[in-house]
Design a protein around this ligand. Structure first.
Ligand SMILES: Cc1cc2nc3c(=O)[nH]c(=O)nc-3n(C[C@H](O)[C@H](O)[C@H](O)COP(=O)(O)O)c2cc1C
Length: 278
């Protein structure tokens, strides 16, 4: 067992927060395969949607207003393992709203958010950062606020998801901090063991999309996803998106994807995968 704040975890390998792929059915499969902790995609504290949390994930929040955080934490605190704050999203909508990676200059608001989070929950809290001139300062603010972990994705917001992830930058951050550091950025089957020698935790993002088996353990596939998706009432477009993702690594991936493009209902989507088993 590994400790993260007051949590006991079976693995140091986590599912990274990803807005589109991390629906409840997908997260439950990652957990079944051995993910030590799942992160939800970024969630607004003003969200009115029903949020399924049966995997007891780390729920990630975003926004530049500490308002609303208290009520949201109270509402979901029993159902999550941990709370995370997003300071990494590089999207244009985050730019317009001054959220995510675009908040790094606003240390005052960040300080308030950390304060409200820490004050309103006994669960572990963390922050996810990108590389920036203020990233280390913010990480230290999190440490001083009583946070339990910092995740670093060492790319600038301008790099988005491409270009080299600056591993040395992340190492330097690890050296400077007393609290555990989780590494994110191009993590895959080949480099995970090395990263775990340098960092306390690691999270897998894109390599896990359509591939919960990357966490090891039980073998699962799209049909397992579908069963869970139906249980949770996940809508058709999302199921089709996941179906496309799950073709990754299939021998007939190209023709499966072509068939999926034309699939108009669940039966047709399911048929594509049943055909691939024969
Ligand atoms: C489709 C997609 C959605 C993402 N959504 C989020 C998000 O909601 N919050 C967040 O902090 N990071 C988000 N990320 C970033 C990942 O958590 C991760 O830091 C990044 O992809 C680098 O890791 P990787 O190379 O293992 O994918 C997202 C990434 C992808 C590919």
């Amino acid at each position: 067992m590994y400790e993260l704040g007051n949590l006991k975890l079976k693995s140091r390998i986590f599912l990274a927060p990803m807005l589109e792929p991390n629906d409840i059915a997908f997260r439950l499969l990652c957990q079944r395969c051995g993910s030590g902790l799942n992160f939800t995609g970024m969630t607004s504290p003003f969200s009115k949607h029903e949020i399924h949390l049966d995997d007891k994930p780390a729920m990630q929040l975003f926004g530049n207003s500490p308002r609303g955080i208290r009520a949201f934490l109270k509402k979901y605190d029993d159902k999550v393992s941990m709370w995370d704050f997003n300071l990494g999203c590089p999207s244009t909508s985050s730019e317009k709203m001054g959220h995510g990676a675009y908040m790094h200059e606003d240390l005052e608001t960040i300080g308030k958010v950390f304060f409200y989070m820490r004050k309103n929950t006994a669960k572990p809290c963390s922050v996810k950062l990108r590389k920036s001139p203020n990233a280390l300062k913010i990480a230290k603010m999190a440490e001083d606020a009583g946070f339990d972990m910092v995740t670093i994705h060492p790319r600038t917001f301008k790099q988005g998801y491409s270009g080299k992830a600056d591993y040395d930058y992340a190492l330097k951050m690890k050296e400077e901090l007393k609290i555990p550091v989780c590494y994110s950025g191009d993590v895959n089957e080949k480099n995970i063991a090395v990263i775990l020698k340098d960092f306390d935790f690691v999270m897998i993002g894109r390599s896990a999309i359509g591939n919960p088996n990357i966490f090891g353990g039980e073998k699962v596939g799209f049909l397992d996803y579908l069963k869970l998706a139906l249980k949770y009432g996940i809508y058709f477009r999302q199921i089709k998106f996941q179906a496309m993702c799950f073709t990754k690594g299939e021998v007939s991936a190209r023709s499966m994807r072509r068939d999926l493009v034309y699939a108009k209902n669940l039966e047709e989507v399911e048929k594509v995968f049943i055909k691939s088993l024969n």
